[in-house]
Ligand binder design. Structure first.
Ligand SMILES: NC(=O)c1ccc[n+]([C@@H]2O[C@H](COP(=O)([O-])OP(=O)(O)OC[C@H]3O[C@@H](n4cnc5c(N)ncnc54)[C@H](OP(=O)(O)O)[C@@H]3O)[C@@H](O)[C@H]2O)c1
Length: 131
């Protein structure tokens, strides 16, 4: 189907099947993963056996709470094929406050010190500035 609008309408009624591809060996960043869409995306990634999952929060307590929730979900719901011994997900919470540029720079520096590469990123944390 080459018409993008027709494809979009068609996918509303016939959504693509959820991916079951293994993410073992991958390092993925999910920002704003303490609640809402970011948390659900992080759980999905953990279920797909991402090796390292970097999540962000504005406080240590929120990051640790989300880490525990993702790890609990991962342990309870993981169903890797028995023949593959994929490693479990290591969830690493980091601090990110996007309300200031300094906060973004600090996060970028910490991220560089924490992992040597990223295979993917879900940049979900967003801010709405009134001015
Ligand atoms: N839900 C929808 O229907 C919808 C529709 C269109 C677009 N969106 C967009 O999708 C994204 C997620 O929406 P949501 O409904 O899942 O949001 P949510 O439940 O309110 O979660 C927001 C997440 O972003 C983080 N966050 C908030 N302000 C931040 C900041 N200044 N710096 C860094 N992180 C911050 C929060 O982290 P803390 O734990 O630190 O608070 C939390 O993890 C947003 O960008 C939103 O604009 C959502």
């Amino acid at each position: 189907m080459s018409n993008p609008l027709a494809k979009m309408v068609s996918q509303k009624w016939h959504p693509p099947a959820p991916t079951t591809e293994s993410f073992a060996g991958k390092t993925i960043l999910a920002t704003g993963a303490t609640a809402g869409l970011g948390l659900e995306a992080a759980k999905k990634l953990a279920g797909l056996r991402v090796s390292k999952l970097i999540i962000t929060a504005r406080s240590h307590s929120k990051g640790q709470r989300a880490q525990q929730e993702i790890e609990t979900f991962s342990r309870a719901g993981s169903t890797p094929p028995a023949e593959t011994h994929a490693p479990t997900t290591e969830v690493i919470p980091l601090i990110l406050d996007m309300s200031t540029f300094a906060g973004v720079q600090k996060f970028a520096q910490t991220l560089k010190e924490t992992v040597s590469r990223l295979d993917g990123a879900i940049l979900n944390a967003g801010t709405l500035q009134s001015q």
